[in-house]
Ligand binder design. Structure first.
Ligand code: UN1
Length: 510
């Protein structure tokens, strides 16, 4: 398998950015306290350095965003939808360009990177439709000659914090709806994916300009946590939507709540699939392998726990191990590669520590886990996805390790399997493979996750359904049919056309 040079990666970056109207070379600056590195996990080397925002410039961005909001909120929703529509068209036009940047920064294969951009296009379409459907209910009033109704209004500045593994899609899930809802957005992407963010942000700025929207509708902050903290703490940020780890959510959540800001959290997942004896073996195999090893195990919806009926566990696990042996691991720029790199050395160290812990807790590594391609890319971290047979749901299995480790456990009674599925702190996604409808229904009623699937893996959710989870996953819901309400302020209006002033609950006064 060939391995790309650093120059080839830089060239890909240059092309992707140029198509989004950005000159890569003029972004670059010297290494200093006011700059940060632009890494690529493909080679593990930096592409250059870029100037960062400061807490002061972030606060200025909030002021500008608030200014833009004052104008934007008065634009009719279907007209606001035009900006989102134009953004969607630009994303379609530049799908491969933006995907290149996602490949460079997140290490995704071109197919998965393009799939991520497709999610952006899809949510734009949903949001455009939504811009004519921000329905409120009317309710019967208890008083004669009165009307009671619910109305929805733009909320304000929306702060968005996103993670490295989906550098652009969650931004779009939030932004397409927020813009249609009359809000303005400020985005603090992961430090690992600044360039993808610059590309996505530039295309939205272009759409906004072409449609005559106010300046500063969408702003981007480049930098580390200190910059993101401004969005967390500034009371002018009406909603903070943050995707990342559970510790991040624990740090951010109370601060936003302390100032009574609105919060939308998408945190960790520790997703399980149950495979019942009646399951279609081939379908379960493919579903499990994509969900567990795809994106090198770095989706929050990645399959981490496989709970298999004792009658079929040896057969299915044998097939999974065989399939893992055929996965081609390498630079995602190369043809045929299915598993790209881990994001960092830390991710690799965490994976190794988890494997050690699993062994200490009685686990047997059936395949994978080791580093590969260290000679081709000494600064990058490529691993063989691992399958580990566990004697039960031990402590390490209850933790989310953001790497391709699939823990296998067995069951004999479906209720026990559902209980195992639920007995972790996280609650994002889950699945069952079965051809028994009653079993499928029992699982759907019993699984406590925000996403629960039948005969399909845990990852790869479509934007038409709400995305999010329960428990430590944070409770937020993004994309999907009703999520727009998170980006709007709800009001109850009572209108009196009776000419009298009857008080509610029959109260007499004056
Ligand atoms: C994430 O991993 O942060 O379900 C989001 C999926 C994608 C989204 C994952 N649609 O895999």
């Amino acid at each position: 398998m060939t391995f790309p040079s650093q120059d080839a990666i830089i060239q890909l970056t240059r092309e992707g950015l140029a198509a989004c109207g950005i000159d890569f070379d003029s972004l670059l600056t010297d290494e200093s306290a006011q700059s940060m590195p632009l890494p690529s996990p493909i080679t593990g080397q930096v592409l250059g350095h870029i100037a960062v925002d400061t807490p002061e410039s972030a606060a200025e961005a909030v002021a500008k965003s608030q200014q833009a909001f004052r104008q934007w909120k008065d634009v009719p929703a279907p007209v606001r939808g035009k900006v989102v529509q134009r953004w969607g068209r630009l994303l379609e036009e530049h799908k491969d360009d933006l995907a290149k940047l996602v490949t460079v920064e997140a290490g995704k294969t071109p197919s998965e990177a393009a799939g991520e951009v497709q999610e952006m296009i899809d949510i734009c379409e949903l949001a455009v439709g939504q811009s004519r459907q921000m329905y409120g209910k009317t309710m019967p009033s208890e008083r004669p000659g009165h009307r009671l109704m619910e109305t929805w209004h733009p909320l304000g500045v929306v702060g968005i914090i996103t993670a490295f593994n989906f550098p652009v899609a969650p931004y779009a899930w939030n932004t397409a709806l927020a813009i249609a809802c009359g809000d303005t957005v400020i985005w603090k992407p992961s430090e690992a994916s600044t360039l993808s963010a610059l590309g996505a942000n530039a295309l939205l700025a272009q759409a906004a300009k072409e449609e005559g929207a106010p300046d500063n509708l969408n702003l981007l902050l480049v930098g580390d946590r200190s910059v993101g903290e401004v969005l967390v703490e500034d009371e002018r940020v009406a909603l903070l939507s943050a995707t990342g780890s559970v510790p991040m959510g624990r740090a951010v959540g109370p601060k936003v709540q302390q100032r009574f800001g609105r919060l939308l959290l998408e945190l960790g997942g520790n997703n399980a699939a149950i495979v019942a004896p009646s399951a279609d073996m081939d379908l379960s195999l493919r579903g499990a392998v994509f969900a567990a090893a795809g994106t090198a195990g770095q989706r929050c919806t990645t399959l981490r726990r496989l709970i298999v009926h004792a009658d079929i566990v040896d057969e299915l696990v044998g097939k999974i191990v065989d399939a893992y042996g055929t996965l081609s691991i390498g630079a995602p720029t190369e043809d045929g590669v299915l598993v790209g790199p881990l994001i960092s050395k830390k991710a690799f160290d965490d994976m190794q520590a988890a494997l050690e812990a699993a062994k200490a807790q009685g686990g047997e590594v059936l395949c994978g886990g080791g580093r590969v391609l260290a000679d081709d890319a000494p600064d990058a971290y490529y691993v063989e996805p691992a399958v580990v047979k566990m004697p039960g749901q031990t402590e390490i299995v209850e933790a989310e390790t953001f790497a391709p480790i699939l823990y296998v456990m067995e069951y004999t009674d479906l209720d026990d399997a559902i209980e195992l599925n639920n007995a972790v702190p996280q609650g994002l996604s889950s699945a069952i493979f079965t051809q028994d409808q009653a079993e499928a229904e029992r699982f759907l009623a019993g699984s406590d996750t925000g996403i629960a699937n039948v005969n399909i893996g845990t990852s790869g959710a479509e934007i038409g359904g709400a995305f999010g989870g329960t428990k430590e996953t944070g409770g937020g819901r993004e994309s999907g049919a009703d999520s727009w309400q998170a980006y709007m302020r709800q009001a109850t209006n009572t209108v009196n056309y009776s000419g009298e002033l009857p008080l509610a609950q029959g109260v007499k006064f004056l």
